[in-house]
Design a protein around this ligand. Structure first.
Ligand code: IVH
Length: 688
């Protein structure tokens, strides 16, 4: 019995070790992990616990005492002058308090203070400088032997080829190469366009970009670096703290991360952690935790290292933003334009600080491109407040039982055909407002802020009204009678009156808001504003000929065509008609001065601030005169109107010989037309 148990424990430990080694190699060597970081950490914790509980089996090589994975053989091996350690992890306040107490016990007194740094989610590297020149750049590898990637690292702009100032004889620094999130998104877009392999996350993209045979490829990738540790220093100053070390490195040309902070104790370190977690989503690069380091170097030396990590530092890991779970089904959602968007129905999983049961799959092409199948294990990502998404399948976990998905041909909500036009990325429900899913989204958008701004008309109210059968089109909002809601559960006289008043206020919304509310494709907030300024009246906008629309600066042919198309559809004609019948004004008061054609064909640019006009009023006056509002100065610009504190557009105008007008000149131009431009400009080149 005892023997059997003994063998079982031994087997479990060996199996875990093998699994962990496999995943470590996928992560470190291949840059292509199969499981999430959190799952990996959980495996390591499990193994650590077993090894601790059964010290009789703890002997032999174990990943709990190893760092990373052996090099791949793609690059020349480099033996690190001193081992590149990993870090022990903490995931709770208790872990941190226990660590702090361990330090206090070992030191015999409370630690003198900590430096807190962001844990950058990238690729660890070591840079060696001799007499100020970069001579070697290496990956971490297994901590003892890394890979020589010097040529590639020379292509990273933030890595100085020469140190600034008084360079020491030998310097080795360690840091994390990373790819800013925006660069990662852009890179994947380019990869997709080229039908090339997509990177799962910025970390893999950074690692893949550094571990390239061709340094030109690395150079084409937007990489950066934060340095967080001194490896070796000969012929430099003597340093007393980690904080001073970072300052010293900054003086040599390695930027110190501005988020780095020195704190007095573990309570302050935890406050730093919470703040770093709050700001995580708004940072331009990925962080996966906070590294807390004992600040005083003498105290660090006293504590030393375990087999794997320094005792004087710890990594507090944020809750994972990626997890692996089972994809149970793919369903579609009909949006306000009728677009059918597939989404994943998942086994609920805790990711990025929330439980996720659904995630977007964007469109049918994405489902095909990512090759996700029903029944797959998939990586789910949720960063900050971002909508959770399915990153891709874990191919290694397929067993053949998975099934391919296809866009349904019939709308699940209204049973109308779902059609995908040729050249279109999205499929759409053809049910129009008869599709309840679509109507719900449309009304919600129509009533939202920036559009008709009807307070209280959120999803709950929209659902109630749909349920009661009071909405067949969005315009029905304006025919709603108080009796329709009075007596309905949750609705009293006060709340009904409030809603009716909000609806009434919405009737007078400016034309821009009405246009935004209509949700015409390719006509967003700024195009809506331009159209409102130019036409002042919804009917004028909808009747304007396409070339005229396309000629408006900032509108262009795509929006113009979309607008004409929209205005020609029967559903939309009826919608506008009913909105007007319901009392929606959809007309803006004419700006000061009547409409004319005095400025027809003239593109006029305004720069700096005027006294008698806001920017919008100035633009409205130009548009009301039939002119175009230019956004940049070219030889075709008829005039540049210059107010106080003008931008570079004034210089550009002078350089190109474009007429420059001050505010008085502008007023004359509005009143008299282009004849004003023929005469020498008044002293406008030196505006007040
Ligand atoms: S210090 C001896 N500081 O996290 C101390 N590491 O999980 C060595 N990392 O291998 C590490 N940001 O790749 C340190 N501010 C930071 C870090 C950081 C990211 C990485 C590094 C390390 C891994 C450990």
């Amino acid at each position: 019995m005892r023997d059997r148990l003994f063998a079982k424990v031994r087997e479990t430990i060996e199996a875990l070790r093998e699994t962990i080694r496999h995943h470590a190699a996928r992560y470190h060597r291949d840059d292509d992990p199969e499981i999430s970081d959190a799952e990996y950490d959980a495996l390591v914790r499990q193994l650590e616990a077993l090894e601790q509980a059964h010290p009789e089996h703890a002997g032999g090589a174990s990943p709990t005492a190893e760092v990373g994975a052996s090099p791949s053989g793609l690059f020349a091996p480099v033996t690190h002058a001193s081992r590149m350690f990993s870090l022990d992890n903490a995931i709770s306040d208790d872990d941190m308090a226990a660590w702090d107490q361990r330090l206090a016990r070992s030191l015999g007194h409370a630690p003198s203070g900590y430096t807190c740094e962001l844990k950058i989610d990238g690729l660890a590297i070591a840079l060696t400088y001799e007499r100020g020149r970069l001579v070697l750049g290496a990956t971490r590898g297994d901590g003892t032997t890394g890979e020589d990637v010097t040529a590639n690292l020379r292509a990273v702009a933030a890595i100085p080829a020469r140190l600034r100032g008084d360079a020491p004889a030998v310097l080795e620094v360690r840091g994390e190469v990373y790819m800013p999130t925006s660069a990662f998104v852009a890179l994947n877009r380019r990869q997709a366009d080229a039908d090339a392999r997509l990177f799962a996350n910025p970390r893999n993209a950074a690692a893949g970009s550094v571990r390239q045979k061709d340094a030109a490829v690395t150079a084409s990738r937007d990489l950066s670096i934060w340095i967080y540790q001194l490896g070796r220093l000969e012929g430099g100053p003597s340093l007393a703290s980690h904080w001073d070390t970072l300052d010293y490195l900054a003086s040599l040309g390695f930027a110190k991360n501005p988020a780095t902070a020195r704190v007095a104790d573990v309570a302050q370190a935890m406050a730093y952690v919470r703040n770093a977690q709050r700001e995580r989503a708004s940072r331009p690069y990925q962080t996966d935790g906070v590294v807390v380091k004992l600040d005083v170097l003498d105290e660090q030396r006293e504590l030393g290292f375990t087999a794997k990590a320094p005792r004087w530092a710890i990594a507090f890991k944020f809750p994972p933003e990626e997890q692996v779970t089972r994809l149970r089904d793919i369903q579609i959602n009909i949006g306000r334009t009728g677009a059918a968007t597939p989404f994943a129905v998942l086994d609920p999983v805790f990711v990025g600080g929330a439980t996720v049961g659904m995630a977007t799959l964007h469109n049918a092409d994405e489902v095909a491109r990512k090759d996700v199948r029903i029944g797959d294990w998939v990586i789910v990502r949720r960063a900050g407040d971002v909508i959770p998404e399915v990153v891709g399948p874990v191919l290694a976990r397929r067993d053949g039982s998975e099934t391919l998905w296809q866009m349904p041909t019939v709308c699940p909500s209204c049973a109308s055909p779902i059609v995908r036009g040729s050249g279109e990325k999205v499929a759409r429900c053809t049910g129009g407002f008869a599709c309840r899913s679509r109507l719900r989204e449309y009304v919600f958008h129509f009533a939202s802020r920036g559009a008709m701004d009807i307070e209280g008309m959120g999803y709950r109210t929209v659902d109630t009204l749909l349920e009661l059968g009071h909405l067949a089109t969005p315009a029905d909002i304006f025919f709603l009678q108080p009796e329709a809601l009075l007596g309905v559960e949750g609705w009293g006289e006060t709340s009904v009156n409030k809603l009716m008043a909000a609806i009434d206020r919405a009737r007078a919304r400016p034309l821009t808001n009405v246009l935004v509310g209509l949700g015409i494709r390719h006509v967003g907030a700024s195009a809506s504003r331009l159209l409102a300024l130019r036409y002042l009246d919804l009917r004028m906008v909808l009747e304007a000929p396409e070339p005229e629309l396309a000629a408006i600066d900032g509108i262009g042919p795509v929006s113009a065509a979309a607008l004409r198309q929209w205005a020609s559809e029967a559903d939309n004609v009826a919608l506008v008609q009913r909105l007007l019948e319901g009392g929606v004004v959809a007309r803006d008061p004419a700006p000061a001065g009547e409409r004319s054609d005095r400025l027809a064909g003239l593109s006029i640019v305004v720069t700096g601030s005027l006294v008698g006009f806001t920017r919008e009023q100035a633009e409205a006056a130009i548009l009301a005169g039939g002119g175009k509002v230019g956004s940049s100065v070219s030889k075709k610009t008829a005039a540049v109107v210059v107010g106080a504190a003008p931008g570079s557009k004034l210089a550009k105008a002078q350089q190109l010989g474009v007429p420059v007008l001050d505010e008085d000149g502008f007023v004359r131009l509005l009143a008299a037309g282009p004849s004003v431009l023929a005469r020498p400009a008044p002293s406008a080149s030196e505006p007040a």
